[in-house]
Design a protein around this ligand. Structure first.
Ligand SMILES: NC(=O)c1ccc[n+]([C@@H]2O[C@H](COP(=O)([O-])OP(=O)(O)OC[C@H]3O[C@@H](n4cnc5c(N)ncnc54)[C@H](O)[C@@H]3O)[C@@H](O)[C@H]2O)c1
Length: 250
């Protein structure tokens, strides 16, 4: 699989799964725009790692829940590299709380960063993709969006919403040579799952048929395949990357 000549945007790529995806796409030959929000240093470090592989990379700090920032993200990418071929909607946050204690702000913020961002980024990136009649959009959903999870009404609503969005947009742009898919990771060891604490971590791990948590690299490999030419006949799908967690959950 080769992505030479392709330009990719990876949102939330300063660490964790997004970082692994950015590095994997670069390894396969792509030029990669590394997006994140907040501190520039870790984001620039990812771009530096990519340049060390002799690939082009640009850091763009932007809040993907802001339409103004997203417009700038896509404009700066096309200004620098002339196009957008691949969009990875990876940025996400969790603010876990049982529903009865969940604040309106917890709901709004999680829906904005996890779901509205996917709408904004996809809409903005589709324009250049439609023009060139080739594109790949890959959205990070979650196994919890399929089966639900106590304390995550906001997060699971967003991740389930991503699945509906993926299937609908896949239909809308199929005739333009653009595929839209989602991946649904299970329990992947990152800063996000570290926050769950040891008790919940152990609970999750017990349920994984393969017997161990996933790594960001496991998710990156699946995303890289969906971004490749070899995956041209796959669209509107949700690919679980979860060690079997979804099949053991119900
Ligand atoms: N870790 C898991 O087990 C797991 C499982 C299922 C799905 N996911 C999903 O995978 C994605 C990556 O998760 P992760 O575990 O690497 O999380 P993480 O918290 O380690 O990384 C998320 C990144 O997104 C960035 N981000 C947050 N808000 C942003 C915004 N408004 N604009 C731009 N960037 C923003 C953060 O700064 C961070 O660098 C998320 O969408 C998450 O929901 C993770």
């Amino acid at each position: 699989m080769n992505l030479a000549g392709r330009v990719a945007i990876v949102t939330g790529a300063g660490r964790g799964i997004g970082k692994a995806i950015a590095l994997k796409l670069a390894e396969m030959g792509a030029t990669v725009v590394v997006n994140d929000v907040g501190d520039a240093e870790p984001v620039e470090a990812v771009a530096e790692e990519i340049r060390a592989m002799n690939r082009q990379s640009l850091t763009i700090l932007a809040d993907v829940s802001s339409s103004v920032d997203v417009a700038r993200l896509v404009e700066e990418t096309t200004a620098e590299f002339g196009k957008v071929d691949i969009l990875i909607n990876n940025a996400g946050i969790a603010r876990d709380q049982l529903l009865l204690r969940m604040t309106e702000d917890d709901w709004d913020k999680v829906l904005a960063v996890n779901l509205k961002s996917v709408f904004l980024c996809t809409k903005a990136a589709l324009r250049p993709m439609i023009k060139q009649r080739w594109g790949r959009v890959i959205n990070l959903s979650s196994v919890t969006g399929l089966v639900g999870n106590v304390g995550q009404a906001n997060y699971t609503a967003a991740k389930a919403g991503i699945i509906g969005f993926t299937r609908t947009v896949a239909k809308e742009v199929a005739s333009r040579g653009i595929t839209v898919n989602a991946v649904a990771p299970g329990f992947i060891e990152t800063a996000m799952t570290q926050k769950l604490g040891e008790k919940w971590g152990e609970e999750f791990k017990k349920r994984i048929p393969l017997g161990y948590p996933g790594s960001p690299q496991d998710v990156a490999e699946a995303v890289a395949f969906l971004a490749s030419e070899e995956a041209r006949y796959i669209t509107g799908q949700v690919l679980g990357v979860d060690g079997g967690l979804a099949i053991s959950w119900a």
